[in-house]
Write a protein that binds this ligand. Structure first.
Ligand code: PMP
Length: 439
């Protein structure tokens, strides 16, 4: 069975060592190189599975940080993109696919009439915030503790997600080398703290260009907004002439066809989508009403990119959104699968007597071992300090050796897909159970 396998990784080890000589840290993202103990160098992926260079097969629940709603190498997306690649991957000229891709976004994301495409969440967010500053003539942006908006200069803070638990509050600039004062125009508030929000707007309401948030937070565990909290942000931004910006990089096309804004029934001014949007290809978009996007339409606000809206990415967007709009019942299916996984996992952690925090929004699950059980209300609010990062990493290594991959950082969610069928999930749960027994 899955749980009795003990993977070898001598070839991965050698190859990773060789890669480290020519790629700083061995992978092109700090998140990727963080907390890696057992090397894993891949050969290929399909469905919910990975194969490493030794031929070991693993079940993956991190799934490339979330784009693959239908699993890796979904033939419906791959077929369309492969055909487009032969017709031209990128020319830097508007293509008929651009219109189709943008119309599909406008038809599904309630707050979007017009978009611009970019290549990553970070890029789209940077452009959206610049647009917000242009539109309001103000400089300050408000962010929330535990929310991640990419690695650009004005939003990156050291946090549990960027630093593997070393600073749960996110009070410090994200990285040495940032411009001194990069965060002087960024306020950071605790999530779900209405009083702090009121106080900030009362004192500084006229300076605030935008409030940016993950409407359902996915980078500090899945932390849902308290009832009325997002509505309150919408009300305060509207009354003070600031813009409401939803970072739906995780939630867009993931928690439902209309994203978190569809689930919550709150319309932001600007929205950023990525991940599921491209079905595994690098693409992001930001957008809002035609009125708000007008400075870009007039070439007054600046946004560019050689690869922005390239034809390969646009074909992936068209394939993915055509598939999703054609059968939105996939969200119900994923919810049933994910709820099953959530319950079974909760059971095995309870049986093992291991305190855990499992939170979920649709098919995004957060599973984190704790140092002690959550007991009080504030334990639930400020759960990051309770996370046992070291024990979680030990569990991650045991699971990886037994053929189950999730991220070493407990704050990186599990992204389930239609490839995670009940028997796959049973195998996942069995591996976790077995690894907990040996922890
Ligand atoms: N926003 C959120 C909510 C994210 O989860 C991420 C990445 N995980 C980003 C922005 C940054 O996106 P990218 O890594 O594509 O720049």
């Amino acid at each position: 069975t899955q749980t009795s396998v003990n993977l070898t990784h001598a070839t991965s080890e050698q190859l990773l060592e060789a890669t480290r000589a020519v790629i700083a840290g061995g992978g092109s993202s700090n998140m990727r190189n963080m907390g890696v103990t057992d090397p894993l160098v891949l050969d290929r992926s399909a469905g919910c599975r990975l194969w490493d260079v030794e031929g070991n097969e693993l079940i993956d629940v991190n799934m490339g940080y979330g784009p693959h709603l239908f699993g890796y190498a979904d033939p419906d997306v791959l077929g369309v993109v492969a055909q487009q690649l032969r017709l031209g991957a990128i020319t830097g000229i508007t293509h008929r696919l651009d219109h189709q891709a943008a119309e599909l976004i406008a038809a599904t994301v309630p707050s979007i009439e017009q978009v611009r495409f970019a290549n990553s969440g970070t890029e789209a967010i940077t452009s959206a915030l610049r647009l917000a500053r242009f539109l309001t003539g103000r400089a300050h942006v408000v962010t929330f503790e535990g929310h991640y908006h990419g690695w650009s200069e004005t939003v990156l803070r050291k946090s549990a997600i960027t630093d593997n638990g070393s600073d749960p509050t996110g009070a410090v600039p994200g990285a040495p080398g940032m411009i001194p004062g990069a965060l002087d125009f960024t306020y950071q508030l605790p999530w779900n703290d209405a009083a702090a929000l009121d106080a900030l707007f009362a004192a500084h309401g006229t300076e605030i260009a935008a409030v940016i948030l993950e409407p359902i937070c996915g980078n500090a565990g899945m932390v849902h907004p308290l009832p009325g909290f997002v509505e309150k942000i919408a009300d305060l931004t509207a009354r003070h002439g600031a813009l409401l910006v939803f970072d739906e990089v995780i939630t867009g096309f993931r928690v439902g066809l209309n994203g978190a804004q569809g689930v919550l029934g709150v319309q932001p001014d600007l929205t950023i989508v990525s991940k599921v949007l491209g079905g595994g290809f690098p693409v992001a978009a930001f957008g809002g009403s035609r009125e708000l996007m007008a400075p870009l339409a007039r070439n007054e606000a600046f946004h560019a990119g050689v690869f922005s809206g390239n034809h390969a990415a646009m074909s992936a967007v068209v394939a993915m959104l055509t598939k999703l709009t054609g059968d939105p019942s996939v969200y119900g299916t994923l919810d049933v699968l994910s709820s099953y996984a959530e319950q079974r996992l909760a059971d095995v952690f309870a049986e093992a007597g291991r305190p855990v925090r499992i939170t979920r929004a649709g098919s995004v699950l957060s599973v984190a071992l704790l140092t002690r059980p959550q007991e009080t209300e504030s334990d639930y609010d400020a759960a990051v300090p309770l996370i046992d990062f070291a024990a979680h990493r030990r569990l991650q290594i045991l699971c990886q050796r037994a053929g189950l991959y999730f991220h070493p950082n407990p704050l990186e969610p599990w992204f389930l897909s239609t490839a995670h069928t009940p028997d796959v999930l049973d195998s996942v749960v069995a591996t976790v159970k077995d690894s907990l027994a040996r922890l």
